[in-house]
Design a protein around this ligand. Structure first.
Ligand SMILES: *[C@@H]1O[C@H](CO)[C@@H](O)[C@H](O)[C@H]1NC(C)=O
Ligand SMILES: *[C@@H]1O[C@H](CO)[C@@H](O)[C@H](O)[C@H]1NC(C)=O
Length: 213
């Protein structure tokens, strides 16, 4: 019995791998295949590609935003909102994992100091990103430009705090293990924040570039 069920489990696993492989192939050659294999409208994907092309980390930008293509459509504000929401969520989970690292690992005094500073910085970044998310949800009306500049200020502040955390790891003696665990997650969050800021910056002159495309 046991052997048989593990054999059928194995078959299911192999089948899944094959399905995954095929679906990857059809994504790679998506443009020549039927539309049914493409999860979202290719026009929306192109919009994301173009927008991500203006950011500093276009590959990360595309991979994080493609799953939301059908929600973003070709809407600059939606793009900024979803990018900001994803950044806030990633920063929040980085905050929790760094806080846990502080409790669990056996760290040297220097490492404790560096990680504590980082926790404080990321906590501030979460607060600032949350403020900017609230603001972008209310975006509109006569003082729209003023609102956008406030959001820019909050997101820039978050980026500065994330960079300060990363610099702490560069300047102090920290074991590679601690470094890998924390620095990498904050670097990713900082890249997402940088990309989001590029989208928000483009909201200020979106009205004057309406005739594009
Ligand atoms: C991205 O930018 C590069 C160079 O700036 C350009 O060649 C490429 O066509 C752009 N891609 C998209 C999808 O806009
Ligand atoms: C971010 O997290 C919140 C709360 O967990 C969730 O409701 C929201 O959908 C997430 N944002 C995105 C873009 O997935």
């Amino acid at each position: 019995m046991n052997h048989q069920s593990s054999t059928s489990y194995y078959h299911i696993l192999v089948t899944l791998i094959i399905i995954l492989f095929i679906s990857n192939l059809s994504t790679a050659f998506g443009s020549t295949k039927s539309k049914a294999t493409i999860s979202s409208n290719p026009v929306y994907k192109t919009y994301i590609q173009k927008a991500c092309n203006t950011t500093r980390f276009p590959v990360l930008c595309c991979t994080t935003l493609y799953p939301f293509a059908s929600r973003i459509k070709e809407d600059d504000v939606k793009l900024s909102k979803i990018s900001l929401s994803l950044t806030l969520n990633a920063t929040r989970s980085a905050y929790f994992s760094i806080s846990n690292a502080l409790k669990q690992s056996r760290l040297t005094h220097t490492e404790v100091a560096v990680v504590k500073d980082c926790v404080d910085n990321i906590k501030d970044a979460v607060y600032e990103l949350r403020q900017s998310f609230h603001s972008i949800e209310l975006l509109g009306g006569k003082d729209r430009d003023f609102q956008v500049s406030n959001i820019q200020t909050w997101v820039s502040a978050a980026l500065t705090d994330e960079d300060t955390c990363i610099e702490g790891f560069n300047e102090q003696k920290v074991s590679p293990e601690v470094k890998n665990r924390i620095k990498m997650s904050v670097i990713k969050v900082a890249r997402m924040t940088s990309n989001t800021l590029a989208f928000i910056n483009s909201l200020t002159y979106s009205r004057s570039s309406n005739n594009e495309g």
